[in-house]
Design a protein around this ligand. Structure first.
Ligand code: 4AD
Ligand code: MG
Length: 431
C-alpha cells in the first residue's frame, strides 16, 4: 500500500514506496538516466528515472516532460547525501498530469519588471517559495505572541469615512454616491475596541496612495495594529520589543532551511537582546548629521536618513519623542516638552529602517479637540472617535507593525516587492 506523502516528511518514509504529486522544477539528463527535480509545495526532491529499470513509456514520459509540468511520480524513497535535498526517489512510474508549455521564467537572469509581470509564475521559484513560507511563520509568530499576551483579535474595516494617517496618502472610493476611503491603519477602531476587550489587535491589508518609488513602499501592505488600555509609553515599547524578539526566535527555529535557500546569514538575527537600545529623535538627528545627513531638527526622517542611521546599528533601535507635528493628530504630547510626542518608531538594522510605528495616544477630550482644530481636520468625521474620550476614556497606547517591512529585514531582501505574494506599487497593480 503506497502511503500518502509530502516531501517535507521524507525522513519518515525512507525505504517506502511513495506517491509525489507536484511539479517538475528542474531536469537534467545523461542519456540513460533522467534526474527530475520535483516539488510538491512542501519541499523539493530528486526523482531518478533509470532507463533499464522502468517501462519504456515511463522513460519516454521522463524524456518528454517539460519544466513546470504537473506530475504524479511513484517511486522508492531513499536517503542520499549526494542528492540536492538529501533524499532521492527511484522512480517506478511517472504520469504527466499536464505537459507545460515552455516556461517563461528560465535559468537566465530576468529583470525585476519581467519577473513582476510574471509574478503569478515567479512565485514558484525556490527563493519565492522560501520567502512565502518565512512570511507565513512570521504571521504565525505575531499571532501566537499576541494571543499569549491576552490581545484579542478584533478586525478593523477596510472602508472608512475618515483618515487615520493624514490625507496625503488616502485612496478615495465612491461609496454609493458618498466619498469613502480605504483604510490606512485600523488604529482608531482598535482604540474603540479596547474599551470592550482591554487589549486587541487587527491584522490585514491597509492601503496608502504612496507616490514614492522606494524599496520600502507598497500601496497595499499588511499591518498588524495593536492597542492596549492602561498601558503607557514605556509599557508599549516593552510589548513591541518582546514581540519582535519572539517573532525572530520563531523564524530562526522554524525556517532554518528557508533562510539557507535565500542565503540569509542568520547570525545577525541571533545577536539581539532586549531591551533594544533607544535614542530620542533629537539624538538621532545629531547622530545623522555626524553620519553625513543634512536633516534639520523638526523634519521627519527621509528614506535615506533611515538607511544611513540603520547601517550604523547592528540591533533594532527605538527612536522616540518625534516632533508632534510630523506625527498624526492622535499622538500624546510629552508633558516635559509639548513640541515632542510620546511616539516611537522601531528601526531595523542592516540599513532597513522603520518597521513599527507607535506610542501613547491623547486621551483627554479637550486636548484632542484642540489638536484636531489646529490641524484643520473636519471634526464631524471624528465625532465617533471623540466619543471614546467622553465615555470612560483611559490612558492607552498602541503600535502598528508593517509586515512586509519586517519580512524584508528578516529575509534581508533588497526590496519589499518580494515580501508579499502580489505586490501593489506606484506603477503596478497586476497580475
Ligand atoms: O508608521 P505608520 O504610518 O503607523 C500607523 O499607521 C499607526 N496608525 C499604527 C498604529 O499605531 N497602530 O505605519 C505603521 C507601519 C510602519 O512602521 C511601516 O512598517 C509600515 O506600517 N508601513 C509601510 N509598509 C509598506 N509600505 C508602506 N507604504 C508603508 N507605510 C507604512
Ligand atoms: Mg511611521
Amino acid at each position: 500500500m503506497k502511503s500518502s506523502f509530502f516531501i517535507k516528511d521524507s525522513e519518515k518514509f525512507v525505504g517506502k514506496e511513495v506517491i509525489v504529486k507536484g511539479w517538475i522544477y528542474n531536469k537534467r539528463s545523461s542519456g540513460s538516466i533522467h534526474f527530475l527535480q520535483v516539488r510538491d509545495g512542501s519541499g523539493f526532491i530528486q526523482a531518478t528515472v533509470v532507463k533499464s529499470e522502468v517501462n519504456p513509456e515511463v522513460f519516454a514520459a521522463a524524456d518528454k516532460v517539460t519544466l513546470e509540468s504537473s506530475v504524479e511520480v511513484i517511486g522508492l524513497l531513499r536517503e542520499d547525501k549526494r542528492a540536492p535535498d538529501g533524499y532521492e526517489l527511484t522512480v517506478k512510474d511517472l504520469k504527466i498530469i499536464q505537459l507545460a508549455d515552455e516556461f517563461p521564467i528560465g535559468k537566465k537572469e530576468h529583470g525585476p519588471d519581467f519577473l513582476l509581470s510574471n509574478r503569478h509564475l515567479w512565485l514558484r521559484s525556490k527563493r519565492q517559495w522560501a520567502i512565502l513560507r518565512i512570511r507565513n511563520e512570521m504571521i504565525r509568530g505575531i499571532n501566537e505572541f499576541l494571543q499569549k499576551n491576552d490581545f484579542v483579535r478584533v478586525d478593523s474595516p477596510i472602508i472608512t469615512p475618515s483618515a487615520c494617517e493624514g490625507t496625503t496618502t488616502l485612496f478615495e472610493i465612491d461609496y454609493f454616491g458618498e466619498k469613502a476611503y480605504l483604510s490606512q491603519s485600523g488604529q482608531l477602531y482598535l482604540e474603540a475596541s479596547i474599551a470592550s476587550v482591554g487589549r486587541c489587535y487587527d491584522f490585514g491589508p491597509v492601503l496608502r496612495a504612496e507616490k514614492s518609488k522606494t524599496r520600502r513602499h507598497l500601496t497595499e501592505f499588511w499591518m498588524m495594529d495593536a492597542e492596549a488600555a492602561f498601558v503607557d509609553f514605556e509599557g508599549i515599547l516593552k510589548i513591541e520589543e518582546d514581540l519582535i524578539y519572539y517573532v525572530i526566535e520563531h523564524v530562526l527555529s522554524t525556517c532554518e532551511k528557508e533562510l539557507k535557500i535565500i542565503e540569509r546569514d542568520a547570525s545577525p538575527l541571533k545577536s539581539f537582546k532586549t531591551p533594544f537600545p533607544r535614542m530620542t529623535y533629537k539624538e538621532a538627528v545629531k547622530l545623522l548629521n555626524t553620519l553625513g545627513s543634512d536633516i534639520e531638527l523638526g523634519s521627519d526622517f527621509g528614506n535615506d536618513d533611515e538607511t544611513i542611521l540603520m547601517n550604523h546599528f547592528k540591533t533594532p533601535v527605538f527612536v522616540t519623542h518625534y516632533p508632534a507635528d510630523v506625527k498624526a493628530f492622535y499622538v500624546k504630547r510629552d508633558s516635559e516638552d509639548e513640541t515632542y510626542a510620546l511616539s516611537s518608531d522601531l528601526l531595523a538594522p542592516e540599513g532597513y529602517g522603520e518597521v513599527i510605528g507607535g506610542g501613547e495616544r491623547e486621551w483627554d477630550y479637550n486636548t484632542l479637540v484642540s489638536e484636531i482644530k489646529k490641524r484643520k481636520i473636519d471634526m464631524k468625521d471624528y465625532e465617533w472617535y471623540l466619543d471614546l474620550r467622553k465615555y470612560g476614556s483611559v490612558p492607552h497606547s498602541g503600535f502598528g507593525v508593517g509586515l512586509e517591512r519586517l519580512v524584508a529585514w528578516i529575509c534581508k531582501l533588497p526590496h519589499v516587492r518580494e515580501t508579499i505574494p502580489f505586490p501593489r506599487m506606484l506603477e503596478r497593480f497586476s497580475p
